[in-house]
Ligand binder design. Structure first.
Ligand SMILES: NC(=O)c1ccc[n+]([C@@H]2O[C@H](COP(=O)([O-])OP(=O)(O)OC[C@H]3O[C@@H](n4cnc5c(N)ncnc54)[C@H](OP(=O)(O)O)[C@@H]3O)[C@@H](O)[C@H]2O)c1
Length: 304
């Protein structure tokens, strides 16, 4: 298969490209700089210079592709995560970038599949009830509206007889992400919210294998949840993290401090989301290598 990918240099993009290349696919990846191009080549793919906001250019570079994987994103750094303005570039990338890429893909007859990874955090707080893609997302968070708009663009692609899949993913963690145990090693718990609230997570290699599965297996168009098998509550996660770094307890910063640090994302970061991956597993052969965060955080602590 001839696959075009955006976001190839990111945390998710790198293992996705490596897996696709190892499986014998031809991968061309959007590049924004010489540094990007060097990384893309080192992963075994071909860099293609393009601007996601130039519709004409996108149509030209997609010629000959069979599938598009759109992973580009611009999540603000932790220090700015609470400011609404810090999310505007991400909104533009998701809403307008996805729309442009879908429009371009619609113009190329050889493109049959479009894959987009959204966020699990679009669901409303659901306490300890199991939820999945059949649950109506909430539109209460301005920073998540653009990911729902991107899913809508993918659904339009699918409505024309193509395959369009949006995979709502939990928070990534794993050896490819910036060391998530940094704060735990200093004795601090970084998860805001009540201890009985569930947090959706996914080992980043398992997120990558879900993308590859979505591309290569005949899974019907639609929205699927890509999270680990057993979601844990924040209380359980904090206990697991403390054990992983050899501490008895982790300190919780007081709620007003967490509210101040997380600003516009506080509501999103504190929701209880007990999400099931059942639908994606029933539609495919995908199995997460790391079934839950007890195993994942322990493995991570041993390897870091
Ligand atoms: N991280 C998570 O916990 C998480 C959870 C659920 C879903 N997701 C989704 O998974 C996908 C990948 O996330 P990630 O964590 O791998 O992101 P990441 O590590 O931040 O990588 C972002 C990628 O997007 C590219 N990019 C940024 N701005 C761009 C622009 N204007 N035009 C084109 N490309 C641009 C970056 O390229 P440069 O190298 O040039 O900057 C990089 O390759 C995203 O759709 C994200 O929403 C992530």
């Amino acid at each position: 298969m001839n696959i075009f990918i955006t976001g190839a240099t990111g945390v998710l993009g790198r293992p996705v490209v490596q897996s696709l290349v190892a499986a014998g696919h031809t991968v061309r990846a959007l590049s924004r700089s010489e540094h990007n191009a060097a990384t893309i080549r080192s992963l075994g793919a071909k860099p293609v210079s393009a601007d996601l906001f130039d519709a004409t250019e996108l149509k030209q570079i997609l010629v000959g592709s069979n599938a598009v994987v759109h992973l580009a994103t611009k999540i603000p750094p932790t220090a700015k995560i609470g400011r609404r303005t810090a999310w505007l570039e991400n909104d533009h990338l998701r809403r307008d970038g996805t729309r442009n890429l879908v429009e371009a893909a619609r113009a190329i007859d050889s493109i049959e599949t479009f894959i987009y990874p959204g966020y699990s955090f679009v669901y409303p707080d659901s306490s300890d009830n199991w939820i999945d893609a059949s649950t109506t997302p909430t539109h209460s968070s301005a920073i998540l509206q653009s990911t729902l708009d991107a899913e809508e663009a993918v659904a339009q692609f699918a409505a024309e007889g193509h395959r369009g899949l949006s995979l709502r993913m939990g928070s990534f963690y794993g050896p490819e992400t910036p060391d998530p145990l940094t704060y735990a090693r200093r004795g601090i718990a970084v998860f805001p919210g009540r201890s009985e609230a569930y947090l959706p997570q996914i080992w980043v290699q398992d997120a990558a294998s879900a993308i590859v599965t979505a591309l290569t297996e005949p899974i019907p168009s639609g929205i699927y949840d890509v999270v680990d098998d057993e979601p844990l509550t924040r209380g359980e996660l904090i206990t697991v993290m403390a054990q992983a770094v050899g501490r008895k307890h982790l300190l919780h910063p007081p709620t007003p401090v967490m509210r101040m640090l997380t600003g516009v994302v506080y509501d999103v970061m504190t929701r209880s989301l007990r999400i099931s991956n059942r639908r994606f597993k029933e539609a495919s052969s995908w199995q997460p290598e790391i079934p839950d965060a007890r195993i994942g955080w322990t493995k991570l602590a041993q390897t870091n």
